[in-house]
Design a protein around this ligand. Sequence first.
Ligand SMILES: Cc1ncc(COP(=O)(O)O)c(C=O)c1O
Length: 478
Amino acid sequence: MIVHHDSPQAHGIAAEALRADPRFAEARRLMLAAVTEHQHEFSGVQPPQADRQVPYQHLLDQFAAARGGELFYPYIGSGLGRGPLVELADGSVKYDMIGGIGVHIMGHSHPALLAASLDAAVSDTIMQGNLQQNVESAMLLRSLLAAATATGADLPHCFLSTSGAMANENALKIVLQKHHPADRVLAFERCFMGRTLAMASITDKPAFRDGLPLALAVDYVPFYDATDPAGSTQRAVDVLKQHLARHPGRHAVMCLEMVQGEGGCHPGSKAFFAALVAVLREAGVAIFVDEVQTFGRLERLFAFEQFGLAPHVDVVTIGKLSQVCGTFFRDSFTPRPGLLSQTFTAATSAIIAAHTILNHLQTGGYYGPDGRIAAIHRRFVTHFSAIAARHPSVIHGPHGTGGMLAFQAFDGDTARTRKLLKSLFEAGVIAFAAGTQPTRVRFLPPLAAIDDAAIDAVCGILEQVLVTAAKDTPGGRP
Ligand SMILES: Cc1ncc(COP(=O)(O)O)c(C=O)c1O
């Protein structure tokens, strides 16, 4: 029961009495106890059950036909898991190191999130929206704003939405309206911003906008290159200045994805962003940080804190692990009435879960150089480096920062990397690809649910799969 206590009118009303009803508490306790009992079956990787394989394949085929395209992995979850372990509907159990691409920070069947869902189950509506928001929405906003402003960012407002792409659309609308008639957008090469028409115009991947009209005029700036910090920073500043000079006064905003996720797990640096922001501030261009993937996952809650940009951010978006997506903005960027609205802000269960997750992350010792996220990073990196030392042509890297981790397998060929990912899946570890040529293997582990033993087990499986794959890979001898 996380959000109702401090509500001003919560005492003595019927909803509060319902939640205090001992029958509700007992039902909740029994359901959580049942889940705990059944999830204790899971202690490591298990193969599929032989008699489920044919119906499972049938389900996969039907699924692919219904959605109009094959699933990347033969993954259909059973609805039960235990931390980093997930059970699939064929009875197999696997380590989930990608978590719906960065969503399931608490892993599978986390008791606190199950409790949040049970609280939501007795709420009056499934979804909340602009005309109808409950107490927990207001409480979530209060906590999100306190977190966003804790280190000096001037972000007193946040508008909730249901996807990262929508949060980004809202951010773009806000800055374009404020800076009208400036209508050009600056973004990094290789960036990813989502799948709407406008976001597909910015996302720097041709296949993702194949056949689509361009909704926005975008000018690209090269991203930071960790192998050439000073040179890449200078090149980015030079290109930025050229764009600004070519279209004077026409740029409304620069979108900063501070650690490129889909683009290949590339972190920027404080000095790199500081150099760009100085030029942008001088030119009056808004600073928009897309934290849909980074939020909660680095050594600070917000990437803008980690990279020293708190005083400079005008608009920031979050999503994925927060379950509810949001667009934070400065007061001076407040949109005029009519610009932002939508039927749904989020499901009630997602809103209560978001609050639970935020609270857990803020109080659980996750952040800072000695926090759990840094420790998880170090443990993965130590394993990746040890594998690289034992099999030098097989794995390169590691790459990434905090809970965004990656390495390159062999020469980073996209088809070969996808094949490797499928072998890894079969062996019991679910990871994903990032970037193209080189394509990297990416892990977004469940940071609030993974212990050291699970990291060791995952990396043990990884090494075996890599060594086996190396035997069929030209130039990739183990
Ligand atoms: C940086 C970034 N922005 C935006 C998005 C889009 O979020 P969604 O898929 O929730 O629309 C993603 C999703 O991967 C992302 O990584």
